[in-house]
Design a protein around this ligand. Structure first.
Ligand SMILES: CC(C)(COP(=O)(O)OP(=O)(O)OC[C@H]1O[C@@H](n2cnc3c(N)ncnc32)[C@H](O)[C@@H]1OP(=O)(O)O)[C@@H](O)C(=O)NCCC(=O)NCCS
Length: 175
């Protein structure tokens, strides 16, 4: 099947666009399932221009927009080495974020981003990819399972003042 998307690797120049997209997709996905206070407390730390610029400047992280006919449809954030939020295994890559705008969901764009993530990790000789996903995000869990990820552990994630459980999933990469 021909690819629907074009990928654009981001630099600090795209900080404001990425900030707006990150905030929007996060609220679209989770605001209706969480307390407004918890969302705001989390967003005030995670989605500020200095924070996004710092993440974009980290040599061990990569951000990509998925573009459909030059429109932004979503993004992915990949972490290597010490920028991984856990384990910091130099043979692993973390997908810290993957978000598709609602109008573009269910069109295989997320699947293409995961394929791209696998290729990127293989090119860098990584052994596996891992990620954390909220235990109640059943759509995303099913999406990851369909794309070859399995649950191997869990950890606590603090959203504002709410302690939540994230399932940790991983996909082994063939040599
Ligand atoms: C989860 C997400 C990244 C998947 O990307 P996507 O482009 O919508 O997924 P794809 O089109 O590649 O795959 C669709 C499959 O995923 C599942 N799925 C997940 N969310 C879906 C949605 N909103 N609409 C349709 N299918 C969805 C379905 O099981 C579907 O399976 P099917 O092919 O048998 O119908 C995307 O829906 C999204 O951004 N969701 C909100 C944010 C989020 O939860 N991010 C992950 C945080 S850990």
């Amino acid at each position: 099947m021909p690819s629907l998307i074009r990928l654009k690797k981001l630099s600090i120049i795209e900080a404001e666009e990425l900030l707006a997209l990150s905030r929007k997709t996060f609220f679209d996905a989770f605001a209706h399932l969480n307390r407004p206070d918890d969302m705001q407390v989390y967003a005030r730390k995670a989605f500020t221009l200095p924070q996004i610029k710092q993440e974009l400047s980290n040599a061990d992280s990569e951000f990509y927009f998925a573009l459909v006919e030059n429109e932004i449809a979503g993004y992915i954030k990949l972490n290597f080495n010490n920028s991984q939020t856990e384990f910091q295994d130099s043979e692993a890559m973390e997908i810290e974020r993957i978000y598709i705008l609602q109008n573009y969901q269910g069109k295989r764009i997320g699947g293409e981003l995961l394929d791209f993530a696998s290729q990127t990790a293989k090119l860098k000789s990584m052994k596996y990819i891992w990620l954390g996903v909220w235990e109640h995000n059943t759509n995303a869990i099913r999406f990851y399972q369909k794309n070859g990820f399995t649950i191997f552990s869990s950890h606590q994630f603090i959203l504002g003042n709410d302690e939540q459980t994230d399932l940790l999933m991983r996909k082994q990469l063939e040599a």
